[in-house]
Design a protein around this ligand. Structure first.
Ligand code: ADP
Length: 716
């Protein structure tokens, strides 16, 4: 028996118990009235014939008192709630009352004893009558029967035996037989009564459950937002609920008996309906098919249908039950969303095109501004004031360039257009490059720089983007540092496959509350207007590192400096790490004055301003360079002269940079390094350049230092 049926059985037993006690108490008014009548009759018949009239009066008093108390008990029971009536105490009280009554009746032959035999016989007849009568009223509970019958009859038997006459002995024998007979038939009656009660209650419970189920179903059909429709095999509607009235506009009276297809099927959906009907005839159910319907007013609506064939015992279809949900609004909504999505995508595309061209358009003039400014800054003939103005131009240009870069990055990340090229990045290389790039700034701000550049190992990352993040963190560590403070760049093996890169500064630190907001875009916390910045660097860094499957975070305490960290997949070569030493560098990157005549460089560039700039930059770095005004010219020059390196613009007339590189490689010249010079900062550009056969890419505006590092990398 499972838990559920156990509970039901327990509930039924409780119901039976309640029914028994109610029936026992219910029978009391009749039986008590009869008992009072009989006891009074006995009293008056025996009066004047008993041995002790006093005893007889006492007996009458006793039996009437017991009957009175039991009547009060019955009355009290009838006033109780069902829960109260269920309690065991009422059974106990009833049983005690019954036993007391049985005992009183048993005392009759003793207290109302008459020496005249016919009066004793009268008592026997009365008691047998009372006992027999009680059998029917007490049959609802076997114990109650026994509690009444036994004291009443046994005391009578003893009295008869005490007479010692043959007649009384014989009577007591008959009485004993009567007692056994009464008890056994009483038990049978009790069993039958029990069975009857059980069957009646079970039937009642079943009926209630069915009634409740019907009520619930009716309520559900009435309240559900689904149209519930039933129709027969001739498609005549037999059921039409409230929701169907609302959805299709026909009242129940109008719909019942009508052909469902004619009533609600739109002309365009006849084919769909035929398909559905075929499936139903094959006893298949329809789950969620979408059909175009029409309302009473002829308006088209779209409904989703759930249809089940109803079958009889022989599996013959006797009807169809269908439920329909009006999804017109949802469909309309989806269409609107789709349209807005398409429009948004178009707008995004336009934005992306705009960003790309803006990047190009802004970078080309910036290239010239910054490049020439830097060259002028090395002109020793300028006085201090002129130098200071140049430095202002340079700073403003750099800021503008950074802003353009960051805004472009942010937009591209948001649109998911930023693609990374993941590789094993050598830690030593990237640390050295970062060190050389931030050293001038360190010097400028009177800070010291600590770089653990002797550690071998790698992290899995996009080289350019990781460098961008590290430079952002180093830049912040410099900007927000204290006077004469220090900046450290460290690396450690965090977990088996996780490497942590830390940028530590000795600045003013960040409060705990601000730590939560620090990676939000455009949030400059309380950086103050005198420290330049846009507030988007850390936000971009976070997104970039997460795109590289890494983590970025910060530990900081106000007044104690900050430690920004990046965790990426990777491994350190711990052998070398043990030997590593920190180097404090405070030397400025000097522009080499030495001439490198041994390296002849070819520059392919069509823009006159950019031509002048790159040639001047190469000259400043001590290299000898020749110019080709487009790709074709470069190809021609390469046939005659032996160049050690080619720097080429990508977009040029006749033969562009990509075609130029491709042709050089196709001609079998695989050794000469080819560096692209592009205005486009997007990493796809670099991939495109590498695909064309180039070795590396420089993004305009090219800083002198960057150019120097790049040339040293490929020439020395
Ligand atoms: P920006 O530096 O251009 O303002 P970031 O996104 O790089 O933008 O940094 C956001 C803000 O976080 C900064 O404005 C600054 O208030 C705070 N911050 C960043 N790095 C540090 C640091 N090392 N020490 C103290 N504050 C910092």
């Amino acid at each position: 028996m499972d838990l559920h049926s156990k509970e039901a059985e327990e509930r039924l037993n409780q119901q039976i118990k309640l029914e028994e006690i109610s029936l026992l108490y219910d029978a009391t008014p009749f039986s008590y009235s009869a008992s009072i009548l009989i006891s009074l009759t006995i009293y008056f018949v025996l009066l004047g014939h008993v041995s002790s009239e006093h005893n007889l009066q006492l007996w009458l008093g006793m039996i009437l008192t017991v009957l009175l108390l039991r009547s009060v008990d019955s009355f009290l029971f009838s006033r109780q709630s069902i829960t109260e009536q269920r309690k065991n105490k009422w059974r106990m009280r009833f049983f005690i009352g019954t036993a007391a009554a049985g005992f009183c009746w048993g005392l009759l032959p003793w207290m109302g004893y008459s020496p005249e035999m016919e009066y004793l016989a009268f008592i026997v007849v009365c008691l047998v009558g009372v006992i027999s009568g009680s059998l029917s009223t007490l049959s609802y509970r076997w114990e109650a029967m026994a509690l009444f019958l036994l004291p009443a009859s046994i005391l009578l038997v003893f009295r008869l035996l005490a007479e010692g006459e043959d007649f009384s002995n014989a009577t007591s024998f008959v009485l004993i037989v009567f007692i056994f007979f009464s008890l056994s038939s009483g038990k049978r009656i009790f069993n039958n009564t029990q069975q009857n009660i059980r069957l009646r209650l079970e039937a009642y419970n079943r009926e209630r459950a069915i009634e409740l189920m019907h009520q619930k179903q009716a309520l559900h059909v009435q309240k559900t937002p689904l149209a519930v429709i039933e129709f027969d095999k001739d498609m005549c509607i037999t059921e039409w609920n409230h929701a169907a009235e609302k959805i299709f506009g026909y009242s129940r009276a109008e719909a019942i008996g009508e052909n469902i297809l004619r009533l609600i099927l739109s002309r365009d959906s006849v084919y769909d309906a035929e398909k559905i009907w075929e499936k139903l005839l094959k006893h298949q159910t329809i789950t969620g098919d979408i059909v175009e319907n029409k309302t009473k007013s002829g308006d088209p609506i779209v409904c989703q249908w759930f249809i089940t064939p109803l079958t009889d015992n022989q599996n013959e279809i006797v009807g169809i039950a269908a439920m329909a949900l009006d999804i017109s609004e949802k469909i309309q909504h989806e269409k609107t969303i789709l349209k807005s999505k398409e429009e948004a995508e178009k707008a995004n595309q336009a934005k992306s095109d705009f960003l790309s061209s803006m990047s190009h358009e802004l970078r080309t003039p910036l290239n010239a501004i910054l490049g020439f400014t830097q060259l002028l800054m090395y002109d020793k003939s300028l006085n201090d004031k002129q130098q200071s103005h140049l430095s202002e131009i340079n700073n403003a240009g750099n800021m503008l360039l950074e802003l353009v870069n960051q805004i472009l990055d942010l937009a591209r990340i948001e649109k998911g257009h930023l693609h990374l090229s993941m590789e094993q990045v050598n830690i030593k290389d990237i640390f050295n490059e970062c060190r050389s790039m931030v050293t001038p700034l360190i010097e400028q701000n009177n800070l010291s720089l600590n770089v653990e550049s002797e550690t071998n190992g790698h992290v899995v990352a996009d080289y350019t983007r990781l460098k961008q993040v590290m430079l952002n963190l180093l830049g912040n560590a410099i900007k927000y540092n204290a006077e004469h403070g220090s900046v450290s760049l460290k690396v450690l093996q965090k977990d088996r496959n996780i490497v942590r890169i830390c940028v530590i500064d000795t600045g003013k630190g960040i409060s705990e509350k601000q730590l939560d907001e620090i990676f939000q875009p455009f949030n400059r916390l309380n950086a103050g207007v005198n420290i330049e910045g846009t507030g988007i660097g850390l936000s971009i860094s976070k997104q970039l590192i997460e795109m590289m499957n890494g983590k970025i975070g910060v530990n900081s305490k106000l007044g104690e400096g900050s430690e920004f960290w990046i965790e990426l997949n990777g491994k350190l070569d711990l052998q070398t790490a043990m030997e590593k030493e920190s180097k404090t560098i405070s030397s400025q990157l000097a522009i080499s004055g030495e001439t490198r005549q041994d390296h002849l460089i070819l520059v392919a560039e069509d823009n006159p301003a950019n031509q002048a700039l790159i040639l001047s930059q190469l000259e400043a770095l001590g290299y000898t360079a020749e110019l080709a005004r487009n790709g074709q010219e470069a190809l021609n020059m390469l046939v005659h002269d032996n160049y050690q390196l080619l720097i080429t613009d990508c977009n040029m007339p006749l033969v562009d940079g990509y075609k130029l590189a491709k042709t050089i490689r196709e001609r079998g010249n695989n050794n000469m390094p080819i560096i692209a010079l592009t205005a486009d900062a997007f990493p796809e550009k670099k991939a495109e350049c590498l695909k064309a056969g180039m070795n590396d890419q420089l993004t305009k505006p090219v800083k002198l230092e960057t150019l120097k590092i790049m040339l040293e990398k490929y020439l020395n």
